[in-house]
Design a protein around this ligand. Structure first.
Ligand code: ASP
Length: 310
């Protein structure tokens, strides 16, 4: 049976000239580590659900990404995280939104899937649920990084003049994973701090099942990254799955259509990572770059950042 995993570390204005070679190296090795972690799990015969959780945890623990440690700041200078996970075999899902202090929001989402009667928990209730299940809790300083603080300061300054939605510079870093296990099952997961300077309890697309995260053994597993408001309006992940199910399109065709045709029509940009039950992988994105990596059947790891990376 084929097995494989694909991950993303966010899409946005990622330009060669803006990335130091040191940071590029660090990002590439973090992506590789996430893939190796997921692949090892799949090789051991574990579930796709476990593989996407473990791959994402490595990126949540790495301050380079906008998830877990290193998440972006809200307008108030705090950190509120969103995450979701879905099993393609059972269509069961778990999701958390606006959660504070939980070290690994993706594990919290998986605990919601496995141990609650609900699909989506938010805010204080979600954190209480994490404590009840003895998940790791960290003080708020654990999540803070200087880079993200500077991004907030920049965003606050800009906002005084105007709200600039075209500047995607600070939006990347969300993480996602999709996998196919040796039992033929798919899973998808996404984790994020959302968008710098968000306020009023804003929730993005990432924790919304069918939008930022979706898995169904009949079609595919998808994790999205980009400006969430547009992804919500386009119901991106489920739309891709529907094009496959109802029109019989391939994974590549369906995901490219949504990213390159439908999303831009309303002004949205970003990308998805997608895998199907045959082990096909599609990683289309319309932004300047997307941190991404994949591995099929334990063969070579493919890591890429820019548009022209092969
Ligand atoms: N989609 C995420 C959000 O809007 C952000 C991202 O993917 O970078 O919250």
């Amino acid at each position: 049976m084929p097995f494989g995993i694909a991950i993303h570390g966010g899409a946005g204005t990622i330009l060669r000239e803006k990335l130091t070679s040191e940071k590029e190296k660090a990002i590439r090795s973090a992506l590789e580590f996430a893939i190796q972690t997921g692949t090892k799990c799949l090789q051991d015969g574990e579930t796709a659900l476990k593989a996407v959780e473990l791959a994402i945890r490595t990126m949540e623990d790495n301050p380079l990404f906008n998830a877990g440690k290193g998440s972006v700041f809200t307008h108030q200078g705090i950190i509120e995280m969103d995450a979701a996970i879905m099993c393609g075999q059972t269509l069961n899902a778990g999701s958390v939104a606006g959660v504070r202090g939980v070290k690994n929001p993706i594990t919290l989402a998986k605990t919601v899937l496995e141990k609650s009667d609900f699909i989506m928990l938010s805010g204080k209730g979600a954190a209480d649920f994490a404590k009840q299940h003895q998940l790791d809790i960290e003080p708020l300083e654990y999540f803070f990084t200087e880079d993200r603080l500077q991004q907030l300061k920049k965003a606050l300054k800009k906002q005084k003049v105007q709200l600039d939605h075209s500047d995607q510079e600070d939006k990347y870093g969300t993480v996602g994973a999709v996998a196919l296990d040796q039992h033929g099952n798919l899973a998808a997961a996404t984790s994020t701090g959302g968008m710098t300077n968000k306020r009023y309890g804003r929730i993005g697309d990432s924790p919304l099942i069918g939008i930022g995260t979706y898995a169904n053994n009949e079609t595919c597993a998808i994790s999205c990254t980009g400006h969430g408001e547009y992804f919500m309006r386009s119901v991106v992940a489920y739309d891709i799955a529907c094009l496959m199910e109802y029109k019989g399109w391939s994974l590549q065709q369906a995901s490219e259509h949504v990213i390159f045709e439908k999303l831009p029509k309303i002004g949205g940009s970003g990308g998805v990572i997608a895998i199907d039950t045959q082990g096909n992988i599609a990683l289309p994105f319309s932004s300047k770059g997307m941190y991404r990596a994949s591995q099929i059947n334990g063969e070579d790891i493919h890591v890429a950042i820019f548009k022209d990376d092969e």
